[in-house]
Design a protein around this ligand. Structure first.
Ligand code: GDP
Ligand code: GDP
Length: 458
């Protein structure tokens, strides 16, 4: 079963992988939006001389000399070396850059290179990305020698354009096309657009960092470059046979916070922020200390934010050492009872020190992610509901006068089922929604996935 899941997942992940991705990067006001519009041949992005106007990332398919690519304007990265990766926008921009097959680094040909731009460029180089330096605002001067500032950067691919007037744009398209064709023919397309975001949560000392190291290693970090910073939630991408993941790592910052203040407000808000961004949470519990109030509070947050959840009961080796022969099922039973908020969670027992657990965890995550995206046909949904609910009704478990007409899935990731009903008071609605959820969970596998049941009067 798990194998079928895996295959489906892998083929799903491969969909949409064909088109190369080009990221337009540069500080604010150099002309990124103008260039994006010029390439997209539409006026989509808002162009405004005040810095920071392009808020969201715009994406457009552009034809570069017989090769199509997705082009994304990453907006102005306000690169502050003191506080790297501060804003959500900047983190998103780096995610896009990480996926990109080519980065167009746009600079203003009328200004000199700023320090933040130099930092940004250095960082792009460290990522090993293919770079194209686009010197903008060079109307009428695209054939002249580029200003020394830029020439001396030693970027192999460099072009002068005027995004506003169109000078040099044809040449730019040719050059980008050539680079992308090379990328494609080498089969080195870097894109993996479907990364599920995972966050590892738990109270201090349960083994979060140990687990993160096991799952995500340390090689592929895009970390803030400031040595010793543990304040930033770092994202780490990992590709496994079970799918593509991105870890939002909060372990470092929590570790640091622990040194100063165990319940640091800062660490908590960052962990919460990471949770909001994630698709999936691994909640690590130390069974030796039992499920504590702190564990329950985190569990409640996970449920409240409607995140998929794998509860990992860690340190199984220690449990075995202290209580040889203790049954795993008992521990799971306790944890399930104490974490009643997370009635939908998937549970796994093991040890973060045991490397063989890595594969089991990724397989579990893959299953959860598949279910998170599953779409149940309306006919199947209604057949199940009819069977399950009529039985409940005869047994008197469904409120007397409640009528459920039909159901349909209105959303995936997280899934939502809408059921059309007769008029009901709020109290009854809540009860019925819960009964419907339980019925659906009995018949369809939603393990690890929160399920919204929405009742609507017909
Ligand atoms: P971004 O948001 O930082 O990518 O920059 P915009 O695309 O919003 O451009 C900032 C300003 O530079 C706007 O006033 C544009 O009209 C101007 N601009 C963009 N490209 C050129 C160009 O090629 N030449 C000149 N002279 N101005 C340009
Ligand atoms: P964090 O504070 O949640 O990040 O916890 P750490 O990953 O720093 O782990 C706390 C301590 O528990 C460390 O000494 C780990 O070596 C230890 N530890 C973590 N997982 C296991 C496990 O599965 N078995 C055992 N015996 N020790 C573990």
């Amino acid at each position: 079963m798990e194998n079928a899941f895996r295959q489906k997942l892998v083929s799903k992940m491969n969909e949409g992988k064909k088109q190369p991705l080009v990221a337009i990067v540069g500080r604010t006001n150099v002309g990124k939006s103008t260039l994006f519009n010029r390439l997209a041949k539409k006026r989509i992005a808002i162009v405004d001389p005040t810095p920071g106007v392009t808020r969201d990332f715009l994406e457009e398919i552009v034809d570069f000399q017989d090769i199509e690519a997705r082009v994304v304007d990453t907006g102005g990265i306000e690169f502050n070396p003191q506080e790297p990766l501060q804003s959500a926008v900047e983190r998103k921009a780096w995610e896009i850059i990480e996926e990109a097959d080519l980065v167009m680094f746009v600079v203003d040909g009328r200004a000199s290179l700023t320090l933040p731009e130099q930092e940004l460029l250095a960082r792009l180089r460290r990522l090993g990305k293919r770079l194209l330096l686009v010197i903008n605002k060079r109307e009428g001067m695209t054939h002249e020698v580029p200003p020394a500032d830029f020439f001396s950067l030693g970027v192999e691919n460099m072009l002068q354009v005027s995004a506003l007037h169109g000078d040099g744009i044809r040449r730019l398209k040719e050059v980008v096309g050539e680079i992308l064709k090379e990328v494609v023919s080498e089969g080195k397309l870097a894109t993996s657009p479907q990364r599920s975001k995972v966050v590892v949560l738990g109270k201090p000392n349960v083994g979060k960092s140990t687990l993160c190291n096991l799952l995500f290693g340390r090689e592929r970090c895009i970390v803030s470059d400031v040595p010793g910073t543990t304040r930033d939630a770092v994202t780490i991408a990992v590709d496994t046979p079970f799918g593509h993941y991105q870890l939002i790592d909060t372990a470092g910052l929590i570790r640091k916070a622990r040194l100063q203040d165990a319940v640091s407000f800062y660490a908590q808000t960052r962990a919460q922020h990471a949770l909001e961004e994630a698709d999936l949470c691994i909640l690590v519990i130390d069974p030796l200390s039992g499920v504590t109030r702190q564990d329950k509070r985190i569990a409640a947050q996970v449920a409240e934010h409607k995140k998929c959840c794998l509860v990992f009961l860690n340190k199984w080796d220690l449990v075995q050492k202290l209580n040889p022969g203790f049954p795993q099922a008992r521990i799971e039973e306790w944890a399930r009872r104490d974490l009643s908020f997370l009635h939908y969670a998937s549970f796994l027992i093991g040890s973060a020190l045991d490397t063989s657990i890595r594969e089991k965890i990724f397989a579990a995550l893959a299953g959860i992610i598949t279910r998170y995206h599953q779409r149940v046909k309306t006919s199947v949904l209604n057949e199940i509901l009819q069977q399950e609910l009529s039985e409940l009704k005869t047994k008197g478990f469904l409120p007397e006068r409640s009528k459920l007409y039909y159901a349909t899935q209105t959303r995936i990731a997280p899934p939502c089922i809408r059921v059309y009903t007769n008029s009901m008071d709020e109290e009854t609605k809540k009860r019925v929604a819960k009964i419907v959820e339980q019925a659906l969970r009995r018949r369809l596998n939603w393990e690890g996935v929160p399920l919204d049941v929405e009742l609507q009067r017909k």
